[in-house]
Design a protein around this ligand. Structure first.
Ligand code: FES
Ligand code: MG
Length: 573
């Protein structure tokens, strides 16, 4: 069933015979449009997260013009809406604090304006889940245009990964292996074009998840931001959304339980970012799909890691693109995917993947030659994390995956920074570094503090990995034996709040266990002595955040935002 122009949502604004519609038409003349340019056509909102401060999205202002070209070509009426930008690099304490704000902005903007369908433009880490969460709750037809990865970094004939190599060379600098001149050259070489991080960090993981969910054009997620193909993909997305509006193919038809399971399998087989766990659980919640940590652990045991991409592997996103991109990659996983579900581009995923090929079997590995036999994440349980924790074990020193050591506890990140290099702390390579006060409320915003620095004296001895545990997240470009997302967090009295320096902690990834050795009586003494910290935000967005935020294991969405639909349509007359 195709919609007629009179059935478009925007018809209520433009097409009726009342004073308001007269005003809306007059104001559209004011914008310089003829009646025949918009009346009876699908209105397509282009939600653009471009900003002068966001280098990952600096090409999106221009790219929105290509989306408009596609919309016009297909007989729609495009309107660009600037929405807030979530810059992983610049926004403090972390853009995670504001993911739900962009999700709210997305949903309410689509609801309150005469919009029939949406093109969502983003890619820097949280912008992908934020846009999709809001759009899923509003449930209009939508296409996601991923910002695309930046070009590979270069320095002195070395290929650099943004993020990953930033950490690595900063450690080299701290160890005295490189000086100021080298550092200045690295500043020029780490990120050499517009686009999001080009490792399999959080950005690439989430845009790949969006493609696996079926909300992008096929192959969209790996196209380098500055490749001409990116502009063509943007134009094709603009043309496609017009057709989706006529078909009334809403996100709720695309974002099903099957689609989320496939997205989980995809991020695990990519060896993707641990952040995807939180975001996919939150996104699924907006679609009315209950996705849990256990789903991730279950799928992780059935899919191998097939993408040889940094930080876990060798290559970068441009290599992945030319090796076949996500279509070639998903073609290796057809036995675990739900192939009969629709995508924005094809009636079924099966048709979307028909003919997809791998052109470089070292970048996209065949099933017989995986990078790792198990998916990229493990979900841990134990008395330190009754509601779960995650570890990206494929990016850790294998010797640390079963380890018992004495805790060295830091109450917050600043205290850790101030004291971690103090030899008096007696930190050895066997110590377990514990950071608390870094969860959704404690951080606040669960900053990417989880890859705690190795103390200087150990770095100089050549130590490059240690067991670190926290209620924080970790950058998707980070690596190491870092246990993350401990729930419940210490700020609300989770067991992490009770650990003391010297306590023995056992990590056993094979057994999926994180355990604090403490007898019951002592546990109870410490629990009785624990005092909750005072609320942090007296007013404003922060006050709403602290009232509504959920813990990591349920996706850190706001309680009142879960689910989709149900909000009444605004009266437009
Ligand atoms: Fe934007 Fe990495 S900083 S994706
Ligand atoms: Mg990141």
């Amino acid at each position: 069933m195709r919609k007629s122009p009179g059935e478009l949502r925007s018809h209520r604004w433009y097409g009726t015979d009342g004073l308001r519609a007269f005003s809306h038409r007059a104001r559209t003349r004011q914008l310089g449009y003829l009646p025949e340019e918009h009346l009876g056509k699908p209105v397509i909102a282009i939600l653009n997260t471009w900003s002068d401060i966001n280098p990952c999205h600096s090409h999106l202002r221009e790219r929105a013009q290509a989306v408009k070209r596609g919309v016009w070509q297909a007989g729609g009426f495009p309107l660009e809406f600037p929405v807030s930008t979530l810059s992983e690099t610049f926004q403090k304490p972390t853009p995670m604090l504001y993911r739900n704000l962009l999700a709210m902005e997305t949903e309410e903007l689509l609801r309150s304006y005469p919009v029939d369908g949406a093109v969502l433009m983003g890619g820097c880490d949280k912008s992908t889940p934020a846009l999709l969460m809001g759009a899923a709750s509003m449930d209009l037809p939508a296409v996601f245009v991923p910002a695309g990865p930046m070009l590979p970094g270069h320095w002195r004939n070395e290929v650099l990964g943004s993020g990953t190599d930033m950490w690595k060379y900063w450690d080299d600098r701290r160890a005295g292996l490189i000086g100021d001149a080298e550092l200045a050259e690295l500043e020029n070489g780490l990120a050499r074009s517009p686009g999001h991080c080009m490792t399999m960090g959080t950005a690439s993981t989430l845009t790949a998840a969006a493609e696996a969910l079926g909300v992008t054009m096929p192959g969209a997620s790996s196209i380098p931001a500055v490749d001409s193909g990116h502009e063509r993909m943007a134009a094709a997305s603009g043309a496609r959304i017009v057709e989706l509006v006529w078909q009334d193919l809403r996100l709720s038809r695309i974002l099903t339980r099957d689609a989320y399971e496939d997205a989980v399998a995809t991020v695990l087989a990519l060896g993707g970012s641990t952040n995807a766990v939180i975001h996919l659980i939150a996104m699924a919640g907006r679609s009315g799909v209950e996705l849990t940590l256990d789903d991730f652990d279950r799928v992780a045991r059935t899919v191998p890691v097939l993408a040889n991409l940094r930080p876990g592997g060798r290559y970068l996103m441009e290599d992945f693109h030319f090796a076949g991109g996500l279509p070639g990659f998903l073609a290796q996983l057809t036995d675990v995917l739900h192939l009969e579900r629709p995508t924005v581009a094809h009636p079924t995923l099966r048709e979307q993947l028909a003919g997809a090929l791998v052109h470089n079997p070292d970048v996209i590995r065949p099933r017989g030659n995986p990078l790792a036999d198990e998916g990229g994440l493990a979900v841990l349980r134990g008395n330190l994390c009754p509601d779960g924790a995650v570890i990206k074990h494929i990016a850790a020193d294998p010797q640390l995956l079963k380890h018992t050591g004495p805790a060295v506890v830091f109450d917050d990140y600043r205290a850790m920074q101030a004291t971690i290099n103090d030899p008096e702390l007696g930190i050895t390579a066997d110590s377990v570094l514990v950071l608390r006060g870094s969860g959704p409320l404690g951080g606040p915003g669960m900053p990417e503090y989880g890859m705690l620095p190795i103390p200087d004296h150990l770095l100089q001895q050549g130590v490059r990995d240690m067991v670190r545990i926290s209620d924080a997240r970790m950058s998707g470009t980070s690596y190491g034996a870092c246990v993350l997302h401990i729930a419940p967090e210490s700020y609300i009295g989770g067991p992490l709040a009770l650990v003391r320096t010297g306590d023995l902690i056992t990590l056993d990834v094979q057994a999926r266990r994180l355990h604090l050795e403490l007898d019951d009586a002592e546990w109870e003494r410490r629990r009785a002595a624990w005092q909750p910290p005072p609320p942090r935000f007296p007013r404003g967005y922060g006050a709403l955040y602290q009232e509504q935020i959920t813990q990591a294991d349920t996706g850190c969405d706001f309680r009142f935002l879960a689910g989709r639909g149900e909000v009444p349509e605004p009266y437009a007359g």
